[in-house]
Write a protein that binds this ligand. Structure first.
Ligand code: GLP
Length: 265
């Protein structure tokens, strides 16, 4: 796990966008497959990707994308559906064809069958080259709440009270927040070839401390990422504030950047 501590969320967005750009360039011939997260954490990265598309010609035309999750019961056009969110925040402003963006269907008549079919669709696309992740304040990733099996697959999940409370800021009231979602499982997420997790703000500090330095446990589902060989954690100062080895991560990062700079010379 690589830890990159940045000044603020905008700087984190640039680091995450660099990782996406690298995958777009490396996989151009085969068609890059991106895993996209919703929520506020990835928005600075999406803003930076949109800027690069507009100003530097970064193209997503050959790319496909899979979303992590969707609320059960919300149709695509609902203003809080993740289907709509990703189009408003990213897809409509870049050149990725709309039909290349997949997400679980929250209104499927058989959500369990839809979940299994979603995992198959990801596999048929050759798997995810780069997965962008945020993290919930209780350590969830996608909607894998505490207690999720570390090997879980895409499935129907119930949302905890803390997630409903966190996400109620997007809805008229807490009662309007769906109580279930279709979510990629932890096992599904671990199959992505690379993962970039972004977090900012003090309310993520406890979850980030567990993610990086806690024991692997379904109590803090994001800790499963410690098992993945290619994870970059991009956190701002506030989200990094409870990391015990904060200074060591900074030191390692400085060494890596120094080495990269000397190789470029
Ligand atoms: C939501 C989403 C997650 C997201 C997390 C954090 O419930 N299902 O994918 O990472 O909560 O959201 P935010 O980035 O808005 O803090």
């Amino acid at each position: 796990m690589q830890i990159h501590i940045v000044q603020d969320a905008e700087a984190g967005g640039v680091v995450a966008a660099d990782a996406v750009q690298r995958v777009l360039e490396e996989q151009r011939a085969t068609g890059p497959v991106l895993g996209l997260a919703t929520g506020s954490s990835p928005l600075p990265a999406y803003a930076e990707l949109i800027r690069r598309h507009r100003e530097e010609g970064l193209s997503f035309a050959a790319a496909r994308a899979f979303l992590l999750d969707e609320y059960v019961g919300l149709p695509d056009e609902h203003e809080q559906s993740y289907h709509r969110f990703i189009r408003e925040q990213l897809i409509s402003a870049i050149d990725m064809p709309d039909e290349n963006v997949a997400s679980p269907d929250g209104t499927a008549s058989d959500p369990h069958a839809e979940a299994a079919a979603y995992d198959r669709r990801i596999a048929e696309a050759g798997g995810v080259d780069l997965q962008i992740l945020g993290i919930g304040s209780n350590g969830h990733i996608a909607f894998n709440e505490p207690g999720s099996s570390l090997g879980s697959r895409t499935r129907v999940v119930g949302l905890t009270r803390s997630t409903i409370a966190d996400n109620s800021r997007y809805f008229a009231s807490r009662e309007d927040v769906p109580v279930q979602a279709l979510s990629q499982g932890l096992g599904t997420i671990l199959e992505a070839r690379r993962i970039v997790l972004v977090a900012s703000g003090e309310n993520k500090a406890a979850a980030v401390a567990q993610l990086v330095e806690g024991g692997i446990s379904s109590r803090w589902p994001a800790t499963v990422l410690q098992m993945h060989p290619e994870v970059l954690v991009v956190v701002d100062e506030a989200a990094a504030s409870r990391l015990e080895l904060h200074e060591d991560y900074r030191h390692e990062r400085a060494l890596e950047e120094g080495e990269l700079a000397s190789r470029r010379r």
